[in-house]
Design a protein. Structure first.
Length: 195
């Protein structure tokens, strides 16, 4: 698939800008986020990057941005989560077929064959080969990385009352009143209730 191609052959020392739009169809199936809202098709995500040559290496610096529908881990409400994942990827050239085979991972050899790109473990380094590399797999990994581990509809979401199940963003439940009531208030009520 000729998706998200980066023509590395023409890169020079001066950075060149590239923009990509990643449709949901490309990444939705690759991301294993249980909180992800898969019913409503999300708008495409965007990657803007600058690529340049550093010696024989390539340096790709950019940011993934966009919005996905997630389910809040505290109140279970669906909300639009803004994604923003900066990245910096250094790619070393793989010289000749011999060193391609020398890359231990079958996965890495496949990546080089199909995409001209083999990613390291940390998504910060890798190898490239050929005049054009395809960034589809890298973008998929980047999106997975950008997904929050504990999605929150807002930083201070009060969540659901563990006692009565009330949505505490909407209503104050009695359980909460009991918890915050001061001992003085309890004493006062005892006094007042005396005949
Ligand atoms: Zn919430
Ligand atoms: Zn409650």
């Amino acid at each position: 698939m000729a998706e998200f191609a980066l023509p590395v052959e023409r890169l020079r020392d001066d950075p060149e800008r590239f923009e990509y739009e990643i449709p949901a169809a490309h990444w939705l199936a690759r991301v294993e986020a249980s909180d992800l809202d898969r019913e409503e098709a999300p708008a495409p995500l965007r990657v803007e990057l600058e690529a340049r040559r550093v010696g024989t290496d390539l340096l790709l610096e950019g940011t993934l941005t966009g919005e996905v529908g997630l389910e809040c881990s505290r109140c279970a409400r669906r909300y639009a989560h803004a994604l923003r994942e900066p990245f910096r990827l250094v790619l070393e050239p793989v010289e000749g077929a011999g060193s391609v085979e020398a890359l231990d991972e079958p996965e890495g050899r496949r990546g080089l064959r199909e995409n001209g790109l083999c990613l390291g473990e940390d998504l910060e380094a890798g190898w490239f080969r050929g005049p054009v590399i395809r960034l589809g797999e890298f973008f998929g990994e980047l999106i997975a990385l950008a997904m929050p581990i504990q999605p929150l509809c807002r930083e201070d979401c009060p969540g659901i009352c563990p006692h009565c199940g009330a949505d505490r963003a909407e209503e104050r439940c009695a359980c909460e009143d009991e918890k915050v009531e001061s001992p003085f208030a309890v004493l006062r009520r005892l006094k007042e209730s005396k005949p």
